[in-house]
Design a protein around this ligand. Structure first.
Ligand code: CAO
Length: 425
């Protein structure tokens, strides 16, 4: 069976997390992703958070599946020539260097267009054009600048960053969509284009509902927020809302049986209006179905704390899975708070390939997250991340057409091997 992006060649100049997330997705969709790394060093994450001495870290392996790795010194003359050939040959160049680094390498957008007018050049940067465009940015900076941190956490606590990597992986996802759309547009125009996904903008896009609430706040208090029920006045900016539901259906995280010792014995519980009568029956408050002040969603907004306290009295008598088993058939939306340990062991996620076990020559078997997008005509088989420079000479010969003699000359040029290794040979 063919893959959706079969035949698309990606020159992958990415490192750390945001860019690699994007190119890993493209690889899973079938693109030939050629990752360029610095000889002898490679992507810095290979050596970060190391858990098996001498092996590539999980940080690296889990973000670089299904790619080929070539080592090229982009500051070496021969290295630059090889890169020029790659630019002429590939369809997409993806990079997330600090602002200006690609230009300093000699690969400005103008230059790339001259070399290959069909090239799609895709970049992640921390900020878009403007006063912060030259800043280096990591995940949590983007979460803070994109509006996530100010709206995450509890009202009486400091801003919080979230565990979901919305700045890095989230922006990588945005970039992948831009690339795929640009490939489609190129079918019609024959031209490549520049695709930019700034991390601040990506985070803000994911915080869209909070900008919605900012504007609603200008018209009056946010009645769905527990702050309203607590009688605490609102300020002029959207407050942190703890675990309140972000939408029109009130929801909270509630304790379940075992919460005293298990930090994840909790459930998310949503009092969706359509299921209100079932909620009342389940928790033993059938009178609330018709009681004035309780029967209509809008009337309940100032009583949500009382209502969720009562629901929690019930959830505390059940495990989070029992809550799920009881509520699901009644169409009451609930969700157990799953620990990473529970997710790693989840048979359903393994069966669908969303949790995969991968074998690696130096680190052995490890778990990873497989492709979260399932396509009926483009199946994904997750293969291990490449060793540093594993495919350098294969790519030079196979993709760029260098002869054996030319490859032998490149080996001694310092373009593909670190200086020390060359001396030892
Ligand atoms: N051969 C030779 N040199 C190479 C090379 C290669 N194969 N690959 C990279 N380099 C060089 C670059 O040319 C650059 O050199 P100069 O600064 O001298 O021009 C240098 O390596 C470092 O690039 P960098 O500035 O991107 O790396 P950094 O570690 O200092 O910064 C980061 C990392 C992530 C903060 C920065 O790349 C960045 O802001 N990227 C954009 C935003 C982003 O993606 N952030 C999220 C990262 S994931 O958390």
């Amino acid at each position: 069976m063919t893959k959706a992006l079969e035949g698309v060649k990606v020159l992958d100049f990415t490192h750390v997390q945001s860019g690699p997330t994007c190119t890993q997705l493209l690889a899973w969709l079938g693109a030939d992703v050629i990752k360029v790394e610095r000889p002898g060093e490679g992507d810095a994450t290979r050596k970060q958070l190391v858990d098996v001495a001498g092996a590539d870290s999980l940080y690296f392996t889990m973000l670089n599946h299904n790619k080929r790795s070539i080592t090229i010194d982009t500051k070496n003359k021969t290295g630059k020539e090889i890169l020029e050939r790659l630019v002429k040959t590939c369809d997409v160049l993806v990079e997330n260097f600090a602002p200006g680094a690609l230009d300093r390498m000699g690969f400005s957008w103008e230059n790339i267009q001259k070399l290959n007018p069909r090239m799609i050049m895709a970049s992640v940067k921390g900020f878009g054009p403007g006063k912060y465009e030259d800043c280096k940015v990591y995940e949590n900076v983007a979460q803070c600048a994109g509006g996530s941190a100010s709206t995450t956490g509890f009202r009486d606590g400091p801003p919080l960053v979230t565990g979901a990597q919305i700045g890095d992986s989230g922006t990588g996802l945005h970039l992948a969509l831009g690339i795929v759309a640009a490939l489609l547009q190129r079918e019609r125009t024959g031209r490549g284009q520049k695709v930019l996904a700034p991390m601040q903008d990506g985070v803000l896009n994911l915080c869209r509902v909070k900008l919605r609430d900012q504007q609603r706040l200008e018209k009056g208090p946010l009645r769905e927020y527990s702050q309203f029920g607590d009688g605490v006045p609102f300020g002029n900016a959207v407050p942190r809302a703890g675990n309140d539901s972000g939408g029109g259906q009130p929801g909270r995280i509630l304790r379940c049986k075992g919460w005293e010792t298990d930090p994840n014995a909790y459930t998310y519980f949503i009092t969706q209006a359509a299921a209100w009568e079932h909620v009342c029956d389940v928790i033993g408050e059938p009178g609330w179905k018709t009681a004035p002040g309780f029967s209509k969603p809008a009337e309940r907004l100032d009583k949500l704390n009382l209502i969720f306290d009562r629901i929690e009295q019930w959830t505390m008598t059940k495990t989070k899975f029992e809550v799920m088993d009881i509520c699901n058939p009644l169409d009451i939306p609930v969700g157990p708070i799953l620990s990473m340990k529970e997710i790693a062991e989840d048979e359903g996620l393994r069966a669908t390939g969303t949790i995969v076990e991968v074998d690696h020559p130096t680190r052995g078997k490890y778990l990873s997250v497989g492709c979260p997008i399932k396509m009926s005509d483009s199946p994904v088989e997750v293969t291990r991340s490449p060793l540093l420079g594993e495919h350098t000479y294969e790519v030079l010969g196979q993709v760029l057409g260098y002869t054996a003699d030319e490859i032998a000359a490149i080996k001694t040029s310092g373009a593909t091997e670190p200086a020390k290794k060359m001396a030892a040979e």
